[in-house]
Write a protein that binds this ligand. Structure first.
Ligand SMILES: [Zn+2]
Length: 132
């Protein structure tokens, strides 16, 4: 990490690192499980359970919201997530939401958000405009 990087740059680096970790865990078979979804008045809500990689048997809960503008926000009840730091559990849920990784679901259907524009980019390549 660059010492004088701006907060936005540091945040983006943390998000990219979390996405990398989530991708690695998915390849190792630790994928989130979609446990609930619902259409709210102005958003789609998805709830995921993500197994801890550090604590055997620990499961974290990620709440993912997509508003009508396609902006995705997530919260996680792990230690990092509860202090609004970037955790890989939230990144993993975002990857699932965007169908970037395969994941199991305990519900038999999938709701789609009512967005009026493209979802926000989630990878460095997407952020730079080199990939969609
Ligand atoms: Zn977390």
């Amino acid at each position: 990490m660059v010492a004088n990087a701006s907060d936005a740059t540091r945040r983006r680096q943390s998000q990219n690192a979390a996405t990398d970790r989530a991708t690695i865990h998915a390849r190792l078979g630790n994928t989130p499980v979609l446990v609930a979804t619902e259409l709210l008045r102005d958003a789609l809500r998805e709830q995921y359970q993500v197994r801890s990689r550090a604590i055997t048997g620990q499961v974290y809960h990620v709440d993912l919201l997509v508003d009508r503008a396609g902006v995705v926000t997530t919260t996680c009840d792990c230690l990092a997530g509860s202090t609004d730091r970037c955790c890989w559990h939230r990144a993993a849920a975002r990857l699932c939401h965007h169908d970037a990784i395969a994941f199991p679901s305990v519900i038999a259907y999938r709701l789609r958000p009512k967005v009026t524009r493209q979802p926000a980019p989630i990878t460095a390549a997407m952020l730079s405009g080199k990939a969609r």
